[in-house]
Design a protein around this ligand. Structure first.
Ligand code: DAH
Length: 376
């Protein structure tokens, strides 16, 4: 390349390097490659050259133009990314701000959710699984499989919400108790070979057409089922006593079985727990009074057969308790209907602070935090 062309190249490269922004770079480009630019002028000199000179200089000048174009592109990209980085560093958000001092007191865990968490923690500690079933249930699982055949009076006792009948004439319903989860879970266990033996609880929503101070159309139950070769009523009694003492956070709670009738158990018993009334206050775990908290019994072999269990080998116990009632007793909320009125003032008073996660080691319902949340 001629000395003149080389000098021109060096000058332009230096100018590109020195350009601090897009405008300066554009000026350099126009001065070199624009119509009247220095490189364009150099290219024009090819016209006045001899053939030999042109054959040598033509490719050199063209290569010079290409190289400069490339250098300008590269510089442009570098300026672009520098501009982006500058903007990004200006627009950063400081995520290290401390949370507002009151933030953990803003939301509340509903007492029913809290009670469910506590119940799960206690039974999990005793080796129970937690099973679930659908709220919209078939008549088979809600009744027939539980030894409540068509036209059995117990079907009327349940004040059932029925859906519109399907084409086959069968109407689905909103489950009236959590007992259908017994049969579903035993069937699933047979399929995936996880049982028998079975040991699970099934907490969840249940529905009956009923409403007064102690009944709401939607409420919550927890079902329990243990099926094994030698399961007997002594196991049932101990399980319930251990659960209730843990739930009410007292040393011991005696329970009493009263003979009763449920189609899905034989024998069937109502569960009463020991308590006494101190004015308006109910004290559990002492005294000579009894309070009913659920039903129980030895699983009726018909139910086991509906679930495909060999009744020559296996027997079991079952129980069902109302979760809302347990929550009312433990946290001292007098009216069940207020549980489901979605009144924030009520929730603020009876709810639990979200960081207060129930666990057996750290305490089920931390009184100080609960008290703190009630004050807030
Ligand atoms: N399902 C019964 C009800 O809602 C409660 C119940 C009673 C459940 C006895 C059981 C049981 O598992 O053994 O009234």
């Amino acid at each position: 390349m001629s000395a003149e062309a080389e000098k021109l190249r060096n000058e332009i490269i230096a100018a590109i390097d020195a350009a601090q922004d897009m405008r300066a770079l554009e000026d350099v480009r126009v001065a070199a490659l624009g119509k009247k630019g220095s490189v364009s002028a150099l290219l024009k000199t090819l016209g006045g050259m001899s053939n030999e000179e042109r054959q040598i200089n033509g490719p050199l000048f063209n290569a010079l133009r290409d190289k400069l174009t490339e250098a300008i592109q590269a510089k442009k990209a570098a300026l672009d990314s520098a501009a982006l980085n500058a903007r990004l560093s200006e627009e950063t958000l400081d995520m290290t701000l401390p949370i507002a001092p009151d933030a953990q007191f803003q939301g509340r865990i509903h007492p029913v959710s809290q009670a469910m968490e506590e119940i799960n923690a206690i039974f999990a500690d005793m080796g129970f699984d937690v099973a679930e079933g659908p709220d919209i249930e078939s008549q088979f699982y809600n009744f027939t499989a539980l030894n409540i055949p068509d036209a059995h009076p117990a079907r009327q006792m349940h004040d059932t919400f029925y859906m519109q009948a399907e084409e086959d004439g069968e109407a689905l319903l909103l489950r009236t108790h959590t007992s259908p989860v017994q049969v579903r879970t035993m069937q699933d266990g047979q399929k995936d070979k996880s049982g028998p033996p079975f040991r699970f609880i099934a907490p969840g929503r249940t529905y009956r057409c009923d409403s007064d101070q102690t009944h709401t159309p939607m409420f919550h139950q927890v079902e329990g089922l243990v099926v094994d070769a030698t399961t007997h009523m002594g196991h049932l009694k101990h399980t319930l006593e251990a659960f209730l003492a843990a739930f009410f956070e007292v040393e011991n709670i005696a329970i009493r079985f009263r003979p009763s009738y449920f189609p899905f158990t034989e024998p069937s018993m109502e569960i009463d727990m020991q308590c006494h009334r101190d004015g308006d206050k109910l004290v559990v775990g002492e005294g000579n009074d009894w309070m009913e908290i659920g039903g129980s019994g030895m699983v009726n072999p018909h139910v086991l057969r509906h679930a495909g269990i060999d009744t020559e080998k296996y027997q079991g116990f079952a129980f069902g308790m109302g979760i809302d009632r347990l929550a009312m007793l433990k946290y001292g909320a007098p009216d069940l209907r207020s549980f489901f009125e979605a009144d924030l003032r009520w929730l603020k008073h009876y709810g639990f602070v979200p960081i207060d996660v129930p666990g057996l080691a750290a305490g089920l319902s931390d009184k100080s935090l609960a008290a703190l949340s009630a004050d807030k």
